[in-house]
Write a protein that binds this ligand. Structure first.
Ligand SMILES: NC(=O)C1=CN([C@@H]2O[C@H](COP(=O)(O)OP(=O)(O)OC[C@H]3O[C@@H](n4cnc5c(N)ncnc54)[C@H](OP(=O)(O)O)[C@@H]3O)[C@@H](O)[C@H]2O)C=CC1
Ligand SMILES: Nc1nc(=O)c2c([nH]1)NC[C@@H]1CN(c3ccc(C(=O)N[C@@H](CCC(=O)O)C(=O)O)cc3)C=[N+]21
Ligand SMILES: [Mg+2]
Length: 286
């Protein structure tokens, strides 16, 4: 058996076309949805992701502003920029690219973003809303993973067992909450898990969000399971690869997401969706 591929580029094209339609309707009413991206320092991976985000905005008819700052920027300067964007009516979404240089407190900066513009879904108000099942911005990466599950008819996971590998605040934890919201029985594994394979072998859905190659191999996967690979790593040849041993796992899984072309583009797509939604909310509140 060879797994069917969940194509994040194809699904993104579809969803971004809907975003473009909504953005055009807003623009016609005088409200062009606007996203501000703040990048501090010169992490090369961050540069690529940020460039992809800005390009995606342009293609979908969103207004985007990229603010690049030197790694020596002070926290007070950064907080002042966030506050200015909070008060800028042309900006509906604010994203501060993580990780920040070590002298800047990620948490403090994220909390300074107005929850009404927190399109990344990282603010405690957004995380709390997800936890209690209230509307709020959802973290884009797990949100994109849920859209991928929906696209294969697995939007409702009642009776299914989902295993998430990783428990970060930006991927693993919100992923687990969204799977729970979709009625899955959820297990969250991490570096302190005694027998990772024991858990993953029972899973109907596995989401790998660790940041290490080959965390999930074929022997760890139940035949027919859905495997979602969030990881972004480089192999020995410098090629982009995920956390999953794709070549091995594809012969066991029922569905699999590739890297590149899987979760990565979906993350950007959900960022666009949330930015348009932020602009629509502003309009309905006015
Ligand atoms: N495609 C996309 O759009 C995105 C991709 N990513 C990628 O996803 C990956 C994860 O990102 P992020 O969540 O930010 O990473 P973090 O480093 O914050 O979290 C990694 C998690 O993996 C756990 N872990 C580490 N080693 C193991 C192991 N051997 N077995 C089981 N669990 C382990 C850690 O456990 P512990 O908590 O105990 O330390 C931690 O919870 C990275 O490769 C990142 O680049 C991230 C965001 C978006
Ligand atoms: N505040 C904040 N929000 C984020 O959403 C955020 C962040 N910080 N920090 C870093 C991670 C990582 N991330 C990715 C986005 C797109 C791709 C992506 O487009 N990947 C392409 C390939 C990119 C390439 O060629 O390198 C793909 O998988 O096909 C990957 C990773 C968002 N993150
Ligand atoms: Mg820091």
């Amino acid at each position: 058996m060879t797994a069917q591929v969940i194509d994040g580029n194809a699904l993104s094209r579809q969803l971004r076309a809907e975003v473009a339609t909504r953005a055009a309707a807003l623009t016609a009413r005088g409200v062009k949805p606007g996203l501000a991206v703040i990048l501090v320092g010169d992490n090369p991976a961050s540069q690529v992701y940020v460039r992809n985000k800005v390009k995606a905005c342009e293609e979908a008819g969103l207004h985007s502003v990229l603010e690049k700052y030197d790694a020596t920027m002070t926290e007070a300067e950064l907080l002042a920029r966030v506050e200015a964007l909070n008060n800028d009516p042309a900006i509906h979404g604010i994203l501060v690219q993580l990780p920040l240089p070590a002298h800047l407190d990620d948490h403090k900066v994220i909390e300074a973003i107005s929850p009404t513009k927190d399109v990344d879904g990282f603010h405690v108000a957004s995380a709390g809303a997800l936890m209690v099942g209230e509307p709020g911005f959802k973290a884009c990466t797990p949100y994109g993973c849920m859209k991928m599950l929906e696209s294969i008819g697995m939007g409702n996971l009642r009776g299914k067992h989902a295993v998430v590998i990783g428990r970060s605040n930006i991927v693993g934890k919100p992923m687990a909450m969204m799977l729970l919201q979709a009625n899955a029985t959820v297990t969250v594994c991490h570096s302190g898990t005694a027998d990772l394979a024991f858990h993953t072998r029972q899973a109907d859905v596995v989401v790998a969000a660790v940041g290490k190659r080959n965390v999930l191999t074929a022997d760890m996967v139940k035949p027919g399971a859905v495997v979602i690979d969030v990881g972004m790593n480089r192999n020995d040849e410098g090629k982009l690869c995920g956390d999953v041993d794709y070549e091995g796992v594809k012969d066991v899984a029922g569905w699999i997401t590739p890297v590149p072309g899987g979760v990565g583009p979906m993350t950007i797509t959900m960022l666009l969706v949330s930015t348009v939604e932020a602009a629509e909310r502003g309009l309905s509140a006015a």
